[in-house]
Design a protein around this ligand. Sequence first.
Ligand code: ADP
Length: 246
Amino acid sequence: KANNAKTEFLSSMSHEIRTPLNAITGFAEALKDEPDLPDRVREDVNDILMASESLLEIVNGVLDISKIEANKLEIINNNYNPYRMFKDLTTLTRVRIGEKPIELIAQMDETIPKVLYGDHTRVKQVILNILTNAAKYTKEGHIIFKVNSVIKGEICRLIVSVEDTGIGIKRDKIDKLFDKFERLDEDRNTTIEGTGLGLAITKRLVQLMHGELVVQSIYGKGSKFTVSIDQKIAPSDVKLEDTIEV
Ligand code: ADP
């Protein structure tokens, strides 16, 4: 009962926060396009936009975790194009890497069927979170993003791995990685934005989809996150509602 009340409170609160936040972002976006803006003001406007984005991320994260804890998060399956998802994820990661000297190596096993049946929003959220972390916690080097598959009858097991040359995780801290609001090595990470909710959500989403999440890491050298999730194979002539063929 208490959990349900918490979820209800959080969902209405996050809705209330999102409405004025949209106004802030909207006006800041409009201001940014003003041609004669002094540089200092332009910088301030960019800061407003960045802060609004991270506030939105926090609100969404808190909402997700409370929904999961109240068993209110549903897995909604649909047909989707995994190649399209892979392309989107690669683009988003490139944007996240920005100017950092990191090479992104992205490979997708071509035997993966063109149409899969599963909750593509949640599968994408899980993979994006791991890729975003790799980009956040790596200064230089490379990120290898691989999607492999094992096909058995009607099921395609997606095996997604993300390997980075980042700061790594201490062996005795690996257990804490998936606790909510837990951030490791805070003294080294002061300049990296985060809430410590991402991996807590990721782990629970993977569990909800009956998948598996494995972490290997060497402190100071890098980390490798591997997610395996089974998806049904849809007939390839099936209509894709919300995805575009590539
Ligand atoms: P955050 O919002 O802090 O990034 P996460 O739940 O996604 O939260 O991750 C929790 C913590 O795990 C991070 O604060 C960071 O210390 C550590 N971490 C996650 N991914 C990596 C990675 N690829 N390399 C090194 N540390 C990582």
